[in-house]
Write a protein of this length. Structure first.
Lengths: 346, 346
DNA sequence: TTGTACGCGTTATCAG
DNA sequence: CTGATAACGCGTACAA
């Protein structure tokens, strides 16, 4: 008997297909069920049979088929789907990293997809992930309307929305305390003695951006800041645009001595521009990001990875009680984190 | 008949379980097969029956179960597994972003896991993904020995290794032209008139780091550089360590006028430190990264996203001919990308 | 200790 | 046009 014939009992099988329990059973001359018992952890099998089966399994490279196992009654998948805008963006990558880390602690795997800020694409992705019977879904919303998920949610399927709430759907969400954060930034600059303060923000159609601008306006009023010493710049969407906007600002308003950047990409552009200029300007970023301390700018203690972990955590809680109607809208509080000035400079 | 009873034909079902074809069939009073026909695209079904079935499907929120479908004979999964070290690292995130983008064009989904530079963890992850019957696997190797995958590879399972080749396994891989890249960096600095050149590199146990240091030594010799004007600093693993190393270098060797940073994290630290100092030093980074131009440093045109796309591309090619014995070891050529000095500065 | 029958949700085959 | 029946790979329940 050559090794080749032993390679595969089920000789009709597609060579690409993985060996099955039936193959192992056939080779070792036992029933499928016995082979199954051995592979699972030898619940009452004679040593001799077990050895025989293990040897056969090894020979063909048998590997249990989780798909088939999970198809069985009631068994839950251990796949969680996550949809973000763009994996190449450090903020979303951090979000995914945090979620993946927490989920992997629970033995859950993450299937990741990018919606590219496209609501239609996102809808298709959600559909595809639901067809795959993922256990739950973590979504950074790109769409305008999530009412179509109402039925799934009602049935007990677990959704968690991150960074922004889902319009027209009652569901769990984790967002950052945008208002509190902006107020903290502003107060920090005031305490640092800044007199003329600017905020540079993203496209106003983005929920977080408009929230932050609104918060700034309110805080500005309550802090009794002189309107003439306050500058609101919005629709700045990339680091490059932030560079341009900052240069323009510093040129037109040389008295500006404090800038709030409403996200990480903007902060990178602002920070680098200010550092390269002769102006003395304090910069504070809403987002924490890897090179913030290198750029010597203060940030809120608001780590996307933490937000990602929190979203995973909330999903896990929801798993415990899928049909409970009380939806949590957790708001991640942020505090100020001031970078010491000793890590940079020759 | 109330709507509630219509909600679900199979009343004994777990409320968490998705409705099945059987549910739809029962409600609409047709056989399962007919319901299946309608859901797939009405291959020979009367309009009347089709409408009835569709209505029922809508009512219960039926959604085809891909798991069950893929269990069928020969049907291939459209899941691809990818294992990287750390999703929070922009280089790996870029790699994943590129792969995901290319795969999604082919309707393939990506399941992403992080090995955290831990060979044992990586091995378990590979095992888990194989159990899930992914279609193929893209891996940035953390391990020392991949011979255990020999049987899977021989059976025709598709692996692609990225950034570093897989030790002890004949398989496809995509790496960067480390030697050519370093030579390009060095020649760039020489052309820019640099006389005293340093290279700051990662931990030497990392394959790419040692490759790059070796390349530097060789290129240095062939360029007839004076040994006294060349500095090799290694085992620098983070941006912070790069800051420290750069400061020390500039302090001890004030004549240094050119620095090669062997990866993105190091480049961020070096770039920021140099910018903050009074020293005139040209910096060039092996990796391209989002804020390189803000830091005003030259880089190779070596985008992790491109590398990710290439790895996906190679996997797709391998799918076409799974058992072919010829393995491709594609080397991504890199050219110089010099940032104009007009994007930064007040 | 080991084996047989059945079910998970779907589709292919072959009858009606 | 429509419907039983088998099969995919595995585990549970029940025999032998």
């Amino acid at each position: 008997m050559s090794v080749t014939t032993l390679d595969r009992a089920n000789s009709t099988a597609n060579p690409l297909a993985h060996p099955t329990l039936a193959d192992v059973a056939a080779i070792s001359g036992v029933s499928i069920k016995t082979a199954s018992r051995v592979m699972n952890g030898s619940e009452q099998v004679s040593q001799k049979t077990a050895d025989k089966v293990k040897k056969a399994a090894n020979l063909v490279g048998y590997r249990s088929n989780r798909i088939a196992r999970e198809l069985r009654v009631g068994s839950l998948s251990n796949l969680v789907g996550m949809i973000i805008s763009d994996l190449a963006n450090p903020f979303y990558a951090g979000l995914a990293a945090g979620a993946e880390e927490r989920l992997s602690e629970e033995g859950l795997d993450l299937i990741l997809a990018t919606a590219r800020d496209d609501g239609d694409r996102e809808k298709k992705l959600i559909e595809s992930l639901l067809e795959r019977r993922v256990r739950g879904l973590i979504i950074v919303p790109s769409g305008e309307d999530y009412s179509h998920l109402h039925q799934e949610r009602k049935r007990g399927f677990s959704f968690v929305f991150v960074d922004r709430p889902a319009p027209y759907l009652d569901s769990d969400s984790v967002t950052v305390d945008n208002r509190g954060g902006i107020t903290t930034c502003l107060d920090y600059l005031i305490e640092e003695g800044c007199k003329s303060i600017a905020i540079i923000a993203d496209t106003t159609s983005i929920w977080t951006a408009s929230e932050r601008i609104e918060a700034f306006k309110q805080a500005m009023l309550s802090r009794k800041l002189d309107k003439g010493n306050v500058h609101i710049i919005s629709n700045v969407h990339t680091s490059e645009e932030a560079v341009t906007a900052t240069r323009k600002l510093l040129k037109e308003r040389a008295d500006v001595d404090g800038i709030i950047a409403t996200n990480d990409l903007i902060a990178m552009g602002v920070g680098q521009t200010v550092n390269a200029s002769k102006h003395k300007v304090k910069v504070v970023s809403f987002d924490l990001f890897p090179t913030a301390n290198l750029l010597n700018i203060a940030t809120l203690d608001h780590d996307p990875q933490r937000l990602g972990r929190m979203s995973a955590e909330m999903l896990l809680r929801r798993f415990e009680n899928p049909t409970a109607r009380s939806f949590s809208t957790e708001i991640m509080k942020v505090s100020m984190k001031i970078n010491k000035d000793d890590s940079v400079g020759a």
